[in-house]
Design a protein around this ligand. Structure first.
Ligand code: HPA
Length: 280
């Protein structure tokens, strides 16, 4: 287990991105979760960098995570798009998870938009639903700030009273309504994975107040708040959580649902990004 963030590696990574994208002045960084894509038609591509060329990042191990950092210019400003994420369960190492947040902060971003695939626990959260994350429950049993609380020399005890920014959440809802499909909202619980949950665990999460469950997002949200960035998160519900759908869970089913939802989701995401850029 590597609990400590390597600050010199983070600086090296940020330098590599700055050198690769000399003309990019991003205000927002987006991390795309399992199966999420963003063709971003109409935007100017200002740069593209495989994760393997960013020191310390490494390539995602999971199918559906391409491992490419893109920079786009939109009419409302520049955005960094991390196509694919690293997860804690891949290497028990916080460095690749913190890297996009560090890069975002170093390059001047004011906010991060985190996306993920999740299992629906609340009754209405069926496959294909989109959930704007209102709050989270950290069931990882771990916190990325352990040993790293002074990461950005912010307060030692990071306040998580309002992790998910109210204005950004409201923008995502508005954009959804404009696009003819209103997202839900709810509480996202993060487990470490990589196994899916047992039905008993899902029942326990339900009683704790979780509406959806996944294996990501929460560490990045905590790190981003510690770094003083605004946070928004969107969960694409790809299956009913274990024991609720009557079938075993597979990653290929998760990816198939996100593929089927891609068109709707991509338009909402692109419009949401432009609107968010407009208020940062
Ligand atoms: N559980 C955890 N992670 C997930 C799920 C799930 O049901 N679906 C997609 N990611």
């Amino acid at each position: 287990m590597k609990p400590f963030l390597d600050r010199s590696l983070m600086e090296e990574a940020a330098r590599a991105v700055r050198e690769a994208f000399p003309d990019v002045r991003p205000k927002l960084a987006v991390i795309l979760g399992s199966g999420w894509t963003l063709p971003a038609s109409g935007w100017q591509e200002k740069g593209s960098l495989p994760y393997r060329r960013i020191p310390g990042f490494g390539m995602p191990l999971v199918v559906g995570h391409p491992g490419l950092l893109k920079a786009y210019g939109t009419s409302s400003g520049d955005v960094l798009v991390f196509q694919g994420r690293r997860h804690w369960y891949e290497a028990a190492d916080w460095n690749p998870i913190a890297l996009p947040i560090h890069i975002a902060r170093r390059l001047g971003c004011r906010a991060v938009l985190l996306t993920n695939a999740a299992g629906g626990i609340r009754e209405d959260l069926i496959s294909g639903q989109l959930m704007v994350v209102d709050d989270h429950i950290n069931v990882l049993g771990l916190n990325p700030l352990v040993g790293n609380a002074d990461w950005w020399s912010d307060p030692f005890f990071t306040d998580l009273t309002a992790v998910y920014d109210a204005e950004l959440r409201s923008i995502l809802h508005t954009v959804g309504v404009e696009q003819g499909f209103a997202p839900s909202s709810g509480v996202y619980a993060a487990v470490s994975g990589p196994s899916y949950e047992t039905p008993a665990e899902v029942r326990a999460l339900q009683r704790m107040g979780a509406d959806a469950v996944g294996m990501s997002t929460v560490p990045e949200a905590i790190l981003a708040r510690a770094a003083g960035l605004k946070v928004a998160a969107l969960a694409l519900i790809c299956n009913r959580a274990a024991g609720l759908g009557g079938q075993p869970l597979t990653h290929s089913d998760v990816l198939e649902t996100s593929r089927q939802s891609a068109d709707r989701v991509v338009h909402l995401l692109a419009a949401g990004i432009e609107k968010i850029l407009g208020v940062l």
